[in-house]
Write a protein of this length. Sequence first.
Length: 80
Amino acid sequence: MPSEAYCKAAVKNVELKLCKDRKRLPSMCDTPMKLAYQPELDDTAELKAEGVQYYQELVGVLRWAVELGCVDILYEVATM
C-alpha cells in the first residue's frame, strides 16, 4: 500500500469511529497538539480497556506515519 493511501485510510478509519461516537475531527488545526500541553499534568479520566486498546492502535498508526515521512509530527507522537 502506498504511503499516501495508508494515511488516507487511517484518517478515514478515525473519522468513521468518531462518526459512530457522534464526534468529528476539528476542521482547522495549527499544530498536531496544543503548544502548552503537558501530559504529566493531564487530569482527565482514565480510559477503559477498550479505549486503551484503541488509543494504542492510533499511536501505532501515527508512528507508522512518521516512518513513512511525516516527521513534522514526530515530537507529538513521541510525547503520546
